[in-house]
Ligand binder design. Structure first.
Ligand SMILES: N[C@@H](CCC(=O)N[C@@H](CS)C(=O)NCC(=O)O)C(=O)O
Length: 277
């Protein structure tokens, strides 16, 4: 699970491709919500999948998060995507942080489209289990992805691969616990629906199957249950329509795979041993 490919100097893409490109085209007209997006960004993909699944009208506006336009800085203090501009307010208001935005969208949907990413309010314990899965995704699985991808030394790559796979295994353990205790949550449950934890981890597991596979030779665990879940997740219309073609991800993540200096705020935080921005 280590890599030997060469840095070919590729840069990140600035425009979605494939299914995601078509979705951008379909969401080009003004709405109450404008999603400031970057095509390769997994944090953006979380929010994008949430908007699609919750059936909330939105416009996508693709920006270059590394050459931050003033409009983005007005919405997001660190100039990070995703950010929402809420055009229904005068003057418009803003939200940033993928997890906070998803909670906002969930609340918004509860009084509009009536769709939800969580078990019903009548089952607080099941909702708490989903939040445990989500907490694990945010604090352990996502940072492990970047530590693994940015590791250059072979020993560090082996340790990074183990850390990432351990995080996946722990996630599976949390899903299994929900099976036993509340009859399952999200798409892990056969016949279940897309849920918050699926959305929070999906973008990184997707990038594990292309970026980590290509640059680190990673193979995700196999088995009927795990394969079934990943398949339901990646084929879910709300997820699939936010995915670009593989080339976009491989090109965009070369910077991370070779740990080029100043790749991003996320990469710098990983290199400095700090929490993610
Ligand atoms: N905690 C933020 C992280 C967002 C983030 O790091 N976005 C990256 C793109 S994947 C970004 O905007 N980077 C710009 C930069 O590094 O300056 C969230 O969950 O929304």
């Amino acid at each position: 699970m280590t890599s030997t490919t060469m840095d070919t100097g590729k840069s990140y893409h600035k425009q979605a491709t494939g299914a995601a490109f078509e979705t951008v085209q379909q969401h080009a007209t003004d709405q109450d919500i404008t999603l400031f997006a970057g095509c390769f960004c997994p944090f953006v993909q979380r929010v994008w999948v949430g908007l699609e699944y919750l059936e909330i009208p939105y416009k996508v506006y693709e920006v270059d998060p590394y050459k931050k336009p003033q409009e983005l800085l007005e919405l997001s203090p660190k100039g990070l995507v995703p950010a929402l501009r809420l055009n229904g307010y005068v003057p418009p208001r803003a939200l940033n942080e993928s997890t906070v935005i998803l909670e906002y969208l969930e609340d918004l949907a509860s009084t509009s489209t009536k769709r939800s990413l969580l078990p019903p309010l009548s089952d607080p314990y099941a909702r708490a289990l989903v939040r445990l899965q989500s907490d694990h995704a945010n604090r352990t699985l996502v940072p492990a992805f970047y530590r693994y991808l940015q590791a250059q030394d072979p020993d560090a790559q082996i340790a990074g691969g183990k850390e990432f796979l351990d995080a996946v295994e722990t996630l599976v353990g949390l899903f299994e616990r929900a099976d036993v205790e509340v009859g399952g949550t999200g798409l892990w449950k056969e016949g279940g629906e897309l849920g918050l934890a699926d959305i929070l981890v999906g973008p990184w597991l997707f990038r594990a199957t292309n970026v980590l596979k290509h640059y680190r030779g990673l193979e995700l665990p196999r088995g009927p249950k795990f394969d079934g879940w990943l398949n339901r997740l990646f084929q879910h219309p709300a997820f699939k329509c936010t995915c670009s073609t593989e080339e976009l991800y491989l090109d965009s993540y070369e910077r991370y795979a070779f740990n080029r200096p100043n790749t991003s705020q996320v990469a710098n935080a990983i290199n400095a041993g700090r929490g993610l921005p």
